[in-house]
Design a protein around this ligand. Sequence first.
Ligand code: FES
Length: 110
Amino acid sequence: MKKWQKVETQVPDTDFVMQVVAAGKKLCLIRDENRLFAVQNTCPHAGGILSGGWCKHGQIVCPIHRYTYNLQNGRGAAGQGDAIRTYAVEQRVDGIYVELAESWFKSLFS
Ligand code: FES
């Protein structure tokens, strides 16, 4: 089951790449050309922190070995053979929300 969770971190109005927290989970939140994206924070290649990277042509670039991942579908560039998780994200009146999966354990008791 998925649930919209509010991003607890303050973010700028301009374009950015930064680590945020929602429901205790660290994510990489991106505003690129005024569009919001949320992706996993850890690079699948060797554990680089994607929120320390930057955007280029609709891709997030990992700062460690510069692998790139599509912001919309998470696919790695040709030849990488990997992908990152992407999350639905919404700007609402009271802040930014991301849609996260609830753990099966938590969903039993809520
Ligand atoms: S750790 Fe991200 S490209 Fe290697």
